[in-house]
Design a binder for this molecule. Structure first.
Ligand code: NAD
Length: 298
């Protein structure tokens, strides 16, 4: 059994670290927020006095932090985690961050003599608790092979997407599709309402025809057709609009840097920006249908 450090014990990191404990690993964690540390302790995670202390004896380090600046800030530099870990430690960053920061993370890890993967996830807090996350992984074949047995304890699908940053690239491309398709589904249901077509009728057709997609078939933005979708519980998340907006913004930063034309990605970012700005950051992202419905009457 390995000694694993887990840095960032928030909504996702806490339950992910708990699954490593359940599998029999020794897990030492750290977070800046005392309440996160208390919750982690209850789940069997040993709490260190600092992130540097947590990684000192670790074979592998998982980071699950808010953004690229947190990941690069925590790991690099003379006072960072790469300097504090023993040579040859495996670093797994599962945060959703920008591709440029992910590449900087890999370069600094390599310079310090460590193996590294970017391994963002999809599946949300429910998937983190159940150990059913999908991991999208970027890094060398060797680093992927070393990370896979650890990721398998927290997820059920582990995809090696390519070299450094490829996991983050896959994550933001996927979530750009999701943001666009949820708006497409919502606009179609609102148009159907105006045309006197029932939600169930549109669902029965679109979910089995060329309009089918996850946003309709599994996460339908109107109550009724898919009883498990957030529409049936007042759009409680689920996947909060603030997180969708974060990922859409990352996709647009990446598109600009890479020179890709993403007109619908840009439009989706603008619509989610307006939706979030009206106090909806905490609602499920599928709640954008209510906002689209309101605009239709303007
Ligand atoms: P969160 O805010 O609940 O947790 C992040 C934690 O990191 C916080 O507890 C914070 O105190 C801690 N932290 C920040 N800087 C630190 C540092 N230097 N040292 C130690 N701890 C530090 O966020 P979350 O929902 O757990 O999300 C984490 C990452 O996973 C984000 O990048 C997010 O985009 C991504 N993600 C979240 C979801 C979701 O549904 N919540 C789904 C997929 C991906």
């Amino acid at each position: 059994m390995a000694t694993i450090a887990f840095i960032g014990l928030g909504n996702m990191g806490g339950p992910m670290a708990a699954n490593l404990v359940k599998a029999g690993h020794t897990v030492t964690g750290f977070d800046l927020v005392p309440a996160a540390l208390e919750a982690a302790k209850v789940k069997g995670i040993a709490i260190a006095d600092s992130a540097k202390a947590a990684v000192a004896a670790a074979d592998a380090v998982v980071t699950m932090l808010p953004s690229g600046k947190h990941v690069v800030g925590a790991t690099t530099g003379a006072d960072g985690l790469f300097a504090a870990a023993k040579p040859g430690t495996l670093f797994i960053d599962s945060s959703t961050i920008d591709v440029a920061s992910a590449r900087a993370f890999h370069e600094a890890a390599k310079a310090a003599g460590h193996a590294s993967v970017d391994a963002p996830v999809s599946g949300g807090v429910g998937g983190a608790e159940a150990g059913t996350l999908t991991f999208m992984v970027g890094g060398t074949d060797e680093a992927f092979a070393a990370a896979k047995p650890i990721l398998e304890l927290m997820g059920k699908k582990i995809v090696h997407c390519g070299g450094a940053g490829a996991g983050q690239a896959a994550k933001i491309c996927n979530n750009m599709i999701l943001g666009i398709s949820m708006i497409a589904a919502s606009e179609a249901f609102v148009l159907a309402e105006k045309l006197g077509l029932s939600h169930q009728a549109l669902f029965d057709v679109a979910s089995t025809s060329s309009g089918q997609c996850w946003s309709i078939n599994a996460y339908c933005p109107v109550p009724g057709p898919v009883p498990t979708s957030p529409a049936n519980r007042g759009y409680q998340p689920g996947f909060a609009a603030a997180l969708m907006l974060k990922d859409l913004k990352l996709s647009q930063e990446a598109a600009e840097t890479a020179g890709a034309a993403t007109a619908l990605g840009a439009a989706a970012t603008a619509l989610y920006t307006a939706f979030a700005a009206e106090g909806n950051e905490g609602k499920d992202f599928s709640g954008i249908i209510e906002w689209i419905r309101t605009r239709a009457d303007e």
